[in-house]
Design a protein around this ligand. Structure first.
Ligand code: SF4
Ligand code: SF4
Length: 345
């Protein structure tokens, strides 16, 4: 059994306050009724137990939206390259209130970041971060995490989970070894150690959460059907409203495409690495002018197939975690859940 503490609202607040006072801490912060993960210095600034999924995923704390890669200076003798003045590496830090799906998104990203090239900045950020998840009490209208290929109930994507028990108690449970060590060192306010009864209550909470889903799919069937549907004409109608704004990819916890661009004023410049998306019309444009994905349906087909077929084939995990962020934020109401189900049907 992992380490479990039973507490109440006041105890949980003290736990959070202790963490915020000790560590560089990030948590969901509300702005205009939307939540995003920000650095916080006081508990009053944030809501780690936010019932609303954050609008932006936790991804930018590991893979920044834009980052300076290097500086360069040109003169008559050539180009001199230097480090940027930014420190891209995080120190030890804690993130509170991460939803389970968002944390799972990081496990999915790990596969690509440790593949043929190890991104050392990403790796260091992952190693230096402790993730505390607050389990959702009920599913949002666009959530479908429980339909996919991972075990949401027993997920080890976060180090510590907080559960609002149906019995009125709050449970703080370590999930990983990192989480257990963290709890041993940072839970001085918690005196009631959980028991087998606490484990049962956490299970009961999960069953209640699981039964609240509006969206359900047969993942295995969808995955198998899509493998044979590359030429399906259905990709056209399901994507025809897309305005190629890329919002879905930018907020997605697992999308990881980026572009490299140089910005130069006179002889001095900076090279940037910034988010990009396969929904961009120019994403696959080649230097010679050929674009293998000139039509919107081809770009959406790539998005759907990469999420539900290709990544799974290569890394054994699905590239969609069912968070629903994309459907909530899409200006024309396209939902990847609807797209893959409609094409598969
Ligand atoms: S958010 Fe919607 S409109 Fe924008 S690129 Fe994605 S699917 Fe298209
Ligand atoms: S594709 Fe949409 S539902 Fe799937 S992980 Fe990305 S944002 Fe979440």
């Amino acid at each position: 059994m992992n380490l479990i503490f039973e507490t109440d609202k006041a105890g949980l607040q003290k736990f959070y306050e202790e963490i915020i006072a000790k560590f560089e801490t990030y948590a969901p912060v509300e702005k205009f009724e939307k939540f995003d993960y920000k650095r916080v210095s006081k508990l009053e600034e944030c809501n780690p137990d936010s019932p609303i999924p954050s609008t932006m995923s936790v991804k930018p704390l590991f893979f920044p939206k834009t980052a300076k890669v290097m500086k360069f200076q040109e003169d008559s003798s050539g180009t001199t390259v230097s480090e940027t003045d930014e420190d891209p590496l995080a120190g030890k830090r804690v993130i509170l209130g991460v939803k389970h799906c968002d944390a799972r998104g990081l496990q999915v990203l790990d596969e690509v970041y440790k593949w043929d090239y190890i991104d050392t900045d990403y790796k260091k950020r992952r190693e230096n971060t402790i993730i505390l998840s607050t389990r959702c009490d009920k599913a949002g209208t666009q959530c479908f995490c429980t339909s996919l290929d991972y075990d949401v109930e027993n997920s080890d994507a976060h180090d510590v989970r907080i559960v609002n028990g149906l019995d009125g108690k709050i449970y703080i449970q370590s999930v990983t070894e990192k989480g257990e060590n963290f709890l041993k060192e940072n839970s001085s306010q918690q005196s009631v150690v959980g028991s087998q009864q606490s484990v049962e209550e956490i299970k009961k909470h999960y069953k209640s959460f699981e039964s609240s889903f509006r969206l359900k799919m047969n993942y295995k069937e969808v995955n198998e059907k899509l493998q044979k549907l590359f030429d399906s004409p259905e990709f056209d109608p399901v994507s025809s409203n897309c305005i190629s704004c890329n919002t879905c990819a930018f907020i997605c916890p697992t999308c990881h495409c980026f572009k490299i661009s140089d910005e130069k004023i006179k002889d001095t410049g900076v090279r940037y690495k910034s988010y990009d998306s396969c929904n961009n019309g120019y994403f696959t444009l080649m230097a010679g002018g050929h674009n293998p994905r000139p039509a919107k349906y081809r770009r959406w087909r790539q998005r759907a197939m990469h999420k539900f077929v290709y990544y799974k084939e290569r890394f054994g995990v699905n590239l969609c975690v069912g968070c629903g962020h994309c459907a909530i934020s899409c200006p024309v109401n396209i939902s990847i859940f609807d797209v893959v189900n409609q094409v598969a049907k």
